[in-house]
Design a protein around this ligand. Structure first.
Ligand SMILES: [Ca+2]
Length: 153
């Protein structure tokens, strides 16, 4: 390949594709797999009805369940549980795999002895994101904010 063609293939073509946006994702990009890291979750001090998450004004025991909602043959991932807190610092990689354009389902839960209470759940379209850049999802259910990062596998 001549040098000028090589330059076009490696430098100019990807730049052009960036300009025209998601609809013209290069074939290689469409086939790339990404995963999600759960960084941090902050929740309201009470349930929607004003009652506390756990007895005696107890703070919730927070964990996050995440699944590729587009490809339901995949397994959900559950983070570790952060006990008795309204702000859970996870910084936890998951084993969830997805491609650009797919949807992820997140459930923020309060772990209880018998069953778990849902704090909030949301579907996130993994279409427009910057790989490796923190993303904040706000105000779903009783969740104030959930920080996540998408990373290329
Ligand atoms: Ca609990």
């Amino acid at each position: 390949m001549r040098a000028s063609r090589l330059l076009f293939a490696t430098m100019v073509a990807p730049a052009l594709l960036l300009l025209v946006g998601d609809r013209a994702l290069p074939a290689g990009d469409k086939d790339d797999y990404y995963t999600v890291v759960i960084k941090r979750v902050e929740v309201h001090k009470t349930k929607a009805d004003g009652s506390s998450w756990d007895p005696m004004n107890g703070a919730p025991d927070i964990y996050v369940r995440v699944q590729n909602a587009t490809d339901k043959s995949t397994k959900a991932y559950e983070t570790k549980v952060k006990d008795d807190t309204f702000v859970a610092e996870f910084n936890e990689p998951t084993n969830v795999k997805f491609k650009k354009g797919q949807q992820l389902h997140f459930e923020v839960m309060d772990k209880d002895t018998v069953s778990s209470d849902e704090i909030g759940s949301i579907n996130v379209n993994a279409t427009k994101f910057k790989e490796g850049e923190p993303m904040r999802i706000e105000n779903f259910g009783r969740v104030i904010s959930m920080d996540i990062v998408f990373k290329k596998i």
